[in-house]
Design a protein around this ligand. Structure first.
Ligand SMILES: [Zn+2]
Length: 273
């Protein structure tokens, strides 16, 4: 097989934004068989997007900046490191990146999966194709889209302060990682709380913590678990849990057994209503 020479274009445009303290850089790198990315560097992140998303670039930047403010305000600290943001023009492109990152050849994401976040990277399927390539998400709902991006930014932040930057092998505490992202981002909406409470009243709630981030009420259950920690143990405990990577570690910081924790949580949730 003849290996063709890869075509590499590299154009660098320096743009100075108002105030002079933010320098954006545009790199266009075109390689055969790869996506042509526009890379714009800001102080805290580099956005990589394709020409098809030039029209929504500014709205994404606004969501990112709002999300960063939400996360830093909640934790009272800045993001320790900068990170990359990739805006994939097609689901198949995002799947390829996830196959590589997660070491799962042939991985195909489900339609509700539109984004992910780890210490050094936030991936998002372009909201401009959610209508045709995603389910359960509406890009025209600005609050939900802003909250979704803030959710991923919580993962980025936690990844930067956790010894396990990509959360590998932390599925058992998915309820905490996801619940924290739901709670801090604003995704723990009244509708989700009401649906979770209704399910709890009918006896349909997780008997083990590892099952909380699954099923139709995963946002409500996991978000309410973290909301309960915040209310019962205080925000400081949430911060203290950020670097935990096991169930045992979390329960030990909270000084409670899993059974007691779930029982107390259930009673607390029902008392709120
Ligand atoms: Zn998440």
């Amino acid at each position: 097989m003849i290996r063709k020479l890869k075509l590499v274009l590299n154009i660098v445009i320096i743009i100075f934004f108002s105030g002079g303290n933010i320098i954006a850089q545009k790199n266009i790198v075109a390689k055969k068989d790869t996506i042509i990315w526009n890379d714009i560097r800001f102080q805290k992140y580099i956005i990589h997007y394709t020409d098809s998303d030039a029209g929504i670039f500014m709205s994404l930047k606004t969501y990112l900046d709002q999300g960063i403010t939400t996360v830093e305000k909640y934790f009272g600290k800045k993001f320790p490191k900068s990170f990359d943001v990739y805006v994939y023009p097609k689901r198949s492109d995002m799947d390829k990146a996830w196959q590589k990152a997660w070491g799962i050849p042939g991985f195909k994401s489900q339609c509700w999966m539109v984004a992910s976040g780890v210490a050094d990277k936030l991936d998002i399927l372009s909201p401009s194709v959610w209508k045709s390539e995603a389910c359960e998400h509406n890009a025209e709902d600005k609050t939900a889209t802003k909250d979704l991006i803030a959710h991923e930014l919580v993962h980025v932040y936690q990844g930067q302060v956790n010894p396990n930057p990509d959360f590998a092998g932390m599925d058992d505490i998915g309820w905490f990682v996801e619940g924290l992202a739901v709670f801090v981002s604003g995704q723990l909406t009244k509708g989700r709380i009401d649906r979770a409470v209704k399910a709890i009243k009918m006896g349909d709630y997780p008997q083990e913590l590892k099952n909380a981030w699954s099923g139709a009420n995963k946002y409500g259950f996991s978000g309410l678990l973290v909301s309960y920690i915040s209310s019962k143990y205080g925000k400081d405990k949430i911060t203290a849990l950020l670097d935990q990577s096991t169930q045992k570690g979390i329960l030990s910081v909270l000084n409670v057994t899993e059974k007691e924790f779930l029982k107390n949580w259930k009673n607390w949730v029902l008392k709120q209503k």
